[in-house]
Design a protein around this ligand. Structure first.
Ligand SMILES: [Zn+2]
Length: 207
C-alpha cells in the first residue's frame, strides 16, 4: 500500500498543512521558512530524466555525525537514500532506505542556525584570536598567532550562521526520509542541485 500523500504536504518543521509551491514560503503556524516542491508522484507534469551513464549520474554523498555513528545521505542514479553507513561497504542499500525519483511526492528544504557551533566559536577561537590581536601591538609574533584562531573562528561562525544546518525531507510513495546535507560544505550545492535535477524539478534557491 502506498503512503497517503497528505502528510507530505506539510511544513517540515511543525507539520502544519502546506501547499507545494515553486519558491520559499513561510509557515502560517510556526513562521519557519521552507521550500516545498511537488515531485513526480504528486504532479503529473513532472518528468524524471533517465539516468545518464557515466559521471553525470555519479553518486553525491553527504555525512552528518550522530552521537557515535555517521548518518549518510546520497543522491544516486535512481533515487535518494539515507541511513547509517555499513562499516564494510560505506553504502546504504537503496531498497531499505531510499526513495526512487519517480516515487517522490514532495521535497521540503529548510535551514536552521547551528547555535552550538556558533557558541563554541565565540567561547574559544574568537576571544583567543582577539586577545592575541591585542597583544600584537607590542609583539609582531602575536599577530601571526592570532591569524589562525581568527580564521578558524570566522569560518566556524560562517558555517554556523551563514550556511547553517541544511535539511531536506523527501516524502515518497513508500517512505519518507530526512537528510542533513551541509557536510561537507563544498558538496552542499551539488547535492541539492542534483537532487532537484534528477527528480525532474526546476532549481530554486535554498530558502
Ligand atoms: Zn510550521
Amino acid at each position: 500500500m502506498p503512503l497517503d500523500p497528505q502528510p507530505s504536504m506539510t511544513c517540515p518543521r511543525c507539520g502544519a498543512p502546506a501547499q507545494p509551491g515553486h519558491g520559499a514560503q513561510t509557515c502560517a503556524k510556526c513562521s519557519a521558512s521552507f521550500i516545498l516542491l511537488a515531485g513526480a508522484a504528486l504532479d503529473g507534469s513532472v518528468t524524471v530524466p533517465l539516468p545518464i551513464p557515466g559521471p553525470a549520474s555519479r553518486e553525491i554523498a553527504v555525512k552528518s555525525a550522530k552521537m557515535f555513528t555517521y548518518s549518510r545521505g546520497a543522491v544516486g542514479a535512481i533515487g535518494v537514500s539515507e541511513g547509517m553507513t555499513d562499516p564494510v561497504t560505506g553504502m546504504i542499500p537503496l531498497e531499505e532506505s531510499g526513495v526512487a525519483y519517480p516515487d517522490i511526492y514532495t521535497i521540503a528544504v529548510w535551514r536552521r542556525p547551528d547555535w552550538v557551533t556558533a557558541i563554541v566559536a565565540l567561547l574559544f577561537p574568537v576571544p583567543l584570536g582577539l586577545g592575541l590581536l591585542a597583544l600584537a601591538f607590542s609583539s609582531a609574533s602575536a599577530l601571526v598567532g592570532a591569524i589562525p584562531f581568527l580564521a578558524l573562528g570566522g569560518w566556524a561562525l560562517y558555517r554556523a550562521l551563514g550556511i547553517k544546518r541544511n535539511f531536506v525531507r523527501v516524502a515518497g510513495r513508500w517512505r519518507t526520509i530526512q537528510i542533513r546535507f551541509d557536510k561537507p560544505p563544498w558538496r552542499r550545492n551539488a547535492f541539492y542541485d542534483e537532487l532537484l535535477r534528477r527528480s525532474g524539478l526546476p532549481n530554486v534557491p535554498i530558502a
